[in-house]
Design a binder for this molecule. Structure first.
Ligand SMILES: Nc1ncnc2c1ncn2[C@@H]1O[C@H](COP(=O)(O)OP(=O)(O)OP(=O)(O)O)[C@@H](O)[C@H]1O
Ligand SMILES: [Mg+2]
Length: 285
């Protein structure tokens, strides 16, 4: 169906017809100019604020199909723009990008020799639904304050502007939300939200001390995303080897309890992500 046409339910015959002779919308052309007097209301229109049509933003057009005339509603360009913008606003609202980075774009990210390669990769994936040509996404690692979260937020903002649905969450926040969910009673909803988001940004992986519970939650999310081939972008303070240690389940004294969950999570992260370093010191100082 052409995106600007009304749904089949909105079709109404302008002459006698039978149920069987409904037109195929795919053959409808945008030829409203010569059609219906109500289109005169659109003349000189300056946008949705001054729309005279009812419902607003929909232009009645007449079409002919198999000898039968029908009146259908065509979405005007202003309504189309309004809906696209509303979708983007909704996506931004749902994405949970940190407020300080919510308006950032490439112009806000200073490029230097420490981050040039990472920025180039970030720009590639921002143009390609969060993936590199080999279909991997990216895990950005680097020291505290080097610009990982800001870069991930800019990628998110750019993807959302293209209409992608992205859930940005910091791992500590996500785990806190899962803990809270036991009281609220929506644990499945929270976990499924992270498992099923089209594109998920896991910011700050490895900051939590790993106990069996934390490890299990992370595994549930990472494994589901891996199995369903969903785009997952990660940031962490730890390089590959350190991250393996950080994800290892230990007791309060730091004694290793179980290495297997860490290896399972890491093996999936390697499969899903190219590991990319952002060098440089702490820009907060
Ligand atoms: N390339 C950059 N250009 C301009 N400002 C930057 C850049 N990189 C980082 N910053 C600024 O430095 C500060 C830290 O950035 P960010 O939060 O992205 O660091 P991080 O690597 O995520 O740190 P952490 O490891 O503590 O989470 C922020 O104020 C951010 O705006
Ligand atoms: Mg950060």
């Amino acid at each position: 169906m052409n995106e600007w046409m009304a749904t089949v339910n909105e079709l109404k015959p302008t002459g006698s017809t039978s149920q069987n002779s409904r037109p195929k919308l795919s053959v409808i052309r945008n030829d409203c100019e010569k059609n219906i007097p109500k289109q005169e209301l659109c003349r000189g229109c300056k946008g949705m604020g001054s729309c005279k049509q009812s419902p607003p933003g929909m232009i009645p057009v007449e079409i002919e199909e198999m000898g039968q005339k029908y009146e259908v509603l065509r979405m005007c360009k202003y309504e189309r723009q309004r809906r696209e913008q509303a979708k983007i606003n909704r996506l931004f609202r749902d994405s949970q990008v940190p407020i300080i980075y919510s308006a950032d774009s490439w112009n806000d990210y200073a490029v230097n020799n420490d981050n040039r390669a990472a920025v180039s990769i970030a720009q590639q994936i921002a143009k390609n639904s969060g993936r590199l040509p080999n279909r991997k996404s990216v895990l950005f690692y680097g020291r505290r304050g080097c610009g990982k979260t800001k870069l991930a937020a800019i990628i998110t903002n750019e993807l959302i502007k293209q209409g992608e649905s992205v859930l940005f969450t910091s791992v500590p926040d996500l785990l806190a939300q899962i803990r809270r969910s036991y009281d609220v009673g929506n644990t499945q909803e929270v976990i499924k939200g992270a498992q099923n988001a089209d594109i998920l940004i896991l910011d700050d992986l490895g900051t939590e001390r790993m106990n069996a519970w934390v490890s299990e939650q992370l595994y549930l999310i990472v494994n589901a995303r891996y199995n369903n081939d969903r785009t997952t972008l990660v940031t962490t303070n730890y390089g590959p080897e350190q991250l393996t240690d950080r994800l290892t389940v230990t007791n309060i004294q730091g004694k290793v309890i179980d290495e297997a969950p860490s290896e399972r999570i890491m093996s999936r992260l390697y499969a899903m992500c190219k590991f990319v370093e952002i060098r440089g010191g702490d820009r907060r100082i």
